[in-house]
Design a protein around this ligand. Structure first.
Ligand code: FRU
Length: 489
């Protein structure tokens, strides 16, 4: 008996010495590896899922392939943080599975986590409830998508799939990405999800998270060049007023047309049953770069902030970006605001203030070389440029001219892994000011750009040669402040 015990102890210690698959250690210093953005130690990720706060922890779940660096075997990866910046990897939360009896296999697509404070579903007070899309590959019959539930009663450490899944099925091949939240005024749970190919958002209501009833639909508006995915619905106060408005955001169309995917949103009202966009307002785009997708906001924030995280990639080339042993990263968490610009109500976003805690060495001079992970606030006058370079023929060029801001990544060394990657992004700055204030967050292979307090946003990946990065102003570019940012790992 004692020998068995010793052998068991030895084995446990041995196993403990080697990190589990998804927690394998890395120094997070590989070529192109972001230092202060979330990425998995290895393998593929796409959409953030189930963003939620519970008892001192922020949870980030995400679309994850535990077995490789391209899309497949979709499961929910999981990480937690106490400050929305430093993340601790946890084991896969909800795994792809197969039904041996029917030979069906089910992938776990995007969805939400809510905290069931009142135990409305019966899994326990403060149980975490995940509502996600089951993407079922039925043996011999193709794909079906419906909504399923899983729950955790140990702060997300272990998950059980609900025995009576699915909880919502309209017998369609494409029907996905539920966002669920508690609607205080109507005292009920609300779910927004998409019928992607019909460019339709449906709203459902429930008192117990298990039974759902259709309460409204939103369709016939917006950009329909790409299927609609990953809806989200949140209420924000219009800056400088007490007016509250609702925003419905969606992934799908990109401002540069059908080759790429991006995010659009509508401003309007939600009466608890359905969303109506304001009569005089059109769809707008959340980010004018190529690499911000599937963004969703946190549930149950401990303060009044609305915080969104998006996936830093684009389906057009996501499976080919030249990173290894991981593929895909998340944006900095962004605080969303509603502002009025030239009489139009629109979103503005900025990285959360917590990012300031990563500031290390101050960068007072623009041209000081950098290791490639820094933040900088600059003023750009008309017809000026800021060049980020690793040498003459390896550079990203930011420019401002005639009221248009551009980010040109066509001159980077490593861009031919996919034919559409090499591109120039642009965004118009309303009223064409003679000088703009630009806040830039560069992290090895990622650049997040916030113009005029986040009224225009542009996010891009770029792949330059390793080595020191140099910044070179052309024309009138002034530095307001700058810092090297420390690694979160
Ligand atoms: C968006 C998306 C979702 C889907 C998930 C699958 O990027 O296509 O619609 O749930 O990715 O991984």
């Amino acid at each position: 008996m004692r020998n068995y015990f010793l052998a068991f102890l030895f084995f446990s210690l041995l196993v403990g010495c080697f990190p589990s698959k998804q927690n394998e250690l890395t120094a997070y210093n590989e070529l192109y590896r972001p230092r202060y953005h979330f990425s998995p130690t290895k393998n593929w990720i796409n959409d953030p899922n189930g963003l939620v706060y519970l008892q001192g922890e922020y949870h980030l779940f995400y679309q994850y392939n535990p077995f490789g660096t391209t899309w497949g075997h979709m499961s929910w990866g999981h990480a937690v943080s106490t400050d929305l910046l430093h993340w601790k990897h946890l084991p896969v939360a909800i795994e792809e599975y197969a039904n041996p009896a029917t030979q069906d296999s089910t992938m776990i697509f995007s969805g939400t986590v809510v905290v069931d404070h009142a135990n409305s579903a019966g899994f326990g007070v403060d149980a975490m409830i995940a509502i996600y899309t089951s993407n079922v590959h039925k043996s011999g019959q193709g794909i079906a998508q419906h909504q399923s539930l899983a729950y955790s009663t140990d702060k997300g450490r272990t998950w059980k799939r609900y025995a009576n899944n699915p909880i919502l099925d309209i017998q369609r091949k494409d029907f996905r990405d539920p966002k669920v939240f508690w609607h205080g005024p109507a005292k009920k749970w609300v779910m927004a999800l998409v019928v992607p190919d019909l460019f339709k958002v449906q709203f459902y209501e429930s008192s117990n998270l298990l039974q759902w009833k259709l309460s409204g639909e939103f369709t016939g508006a917006g950009d329909t060049t790409r299927v609609w995915e990953c809806p989200d619905l949140y209420q924000l106060k219009l800056d400088g007023t007490n007016e509250m408005k609702w925003v419905l955001s969606l992934s799908g169309a990109h401002p540069q047309g059908s080759k790429f995917v991006g995010m659009q949103y509508f401003v309007g009202e939600f009466d608890g049953n359905t969303f109506r966009k304001d009569a005089n307002s059109e769809h707008q785009f959340l980010d004018y770069g190529k690499d911000f997708y599937a963004g969703i906001t946190f549930n149950d924030m401990p303060d009044q902030r609305t915080i969104m995280i998006g996936w830093l990639n684009n389906w057009t080339y996501a499976n080919q970006v030249p990173t290894h042993p991981w593929r895909g990263a998340m944006s900095l968490p962004r605080e969303l605001r509603l502002v009025k610009v030239e009489d139009k109500i629109q979103l503005a976003s900025k990285p959360i203030f917590e990012v300031k805690s990563l500031r290390q060495k101050e960068r007072a001079v623009l041209s000081q070389p950098t290791s490639g992970s820094f933040e900088m606030e600059i003023y750009m006058a008309d017809s000026s440029q800021l060049i980020l370079s690793q040498g003459a023929d390896d550079k990203v060029v930011l420019g401002y001219a005639n009221g248009q801001f551009t980010c040109d990544r066509t001159k980077t060394k490593n861009h031919s892994f996919q034919k559409d990657f090499s591109s120039v992004e642009s965004v118009l700055v309303p009223s064409k000011p003679s000088s703009i204030e630009v806040s830039i967050f560069v992290d090895q292979s990622v650049i997040e750009i916030f113009i005029n307090d986040g009224a225009q946003v542009l996010t891009d990946q770029f792949f330059m040669n390793p080595g020191e990065m140099r910044l070179q102003p052309v024309g009138n570019v002034k530095i307001k402040s700058g810092w090297d940012l420390s690694s979160i790992w």
